[in-house]
Design a protein around this ligand. Sequence first.
Ligand code: G3P
Ligand code: MG
Length: 263
Amino acid sequence: MTDAPDTPRHPAADVALDRIIAHRGASRAAPENTLAAFRAAIAAGVRTVEFDVSLLGDGTPVLHHDAALDRCTDGRGPLSAIGAADLAGIDAGAWFSPNFAGERIPQLGEALDLLGGAGLTANLEMKPHGADPEPLVQAVLAAMDARPGMAERIVVSSFDAGALAALRARAPAQALAMLYKEPPADWRERLSALGIGALHMRHTALTPEHLAEARAAGIALRVFTVNDPAGLVPLRLPGLDGVITDVPRRFLDDPGWAAWAGR
Ligand code: G3P
Ligand code: MG
């Protein structure tokens, strides 16, 4: 098996993401989208983390998946109702385990500093939650631009095509990925229209045709969220460039997947 694609990669296809990517940090080992989850990923040997970025009401970009605080913190209500000054009073760890009590919702800058210091690469997922994506895009770009070399470590993704278009308009060379639960039939045209070089899709929707089409088009293809290494062995094929998983250690401990990832 060769890993070389049939077509040269799109110029904005990719940065050198590892093939085993920790989803929301190592989110089975620590509360998702926290610095503790990043540290757990690093301790597990992970080299690339995925995380979600949402805006607070005052425009501060933070790591948070949902539009509301309720599921992953002891706060209640929408993120849009709070600002950076409120973060110190919100616990983002105790819901997961008492061992993580006191963990905070990280600001994007803190997360970038941690991953940059540890030499990680990342998949930053923009979550505009249906709002105008422009403020989120500008906040993401500002945080990356404030850290020399950071943008080159990051693939920015979103389910929101408008957010990706807005980012592409401001950052012509930024590596981007389009997220789909199930890609539409014209997914290649949609990526091409925005100069997007990577497709991230739900693993249960993946077909050999997706792999072949991505490979032929020089598109990086990664799947989420995969937590069963044994069940996915048939997908360990040319054309698959990454697995986004809550349990990276399971993949790193599996000799077949470790070899696939070049470990
Ligand atoms: O980026 C892959 C995956 O994180 C997308 O879904 O809902 O877990 O952010 P979600
Ligand atoms: Mg995500």
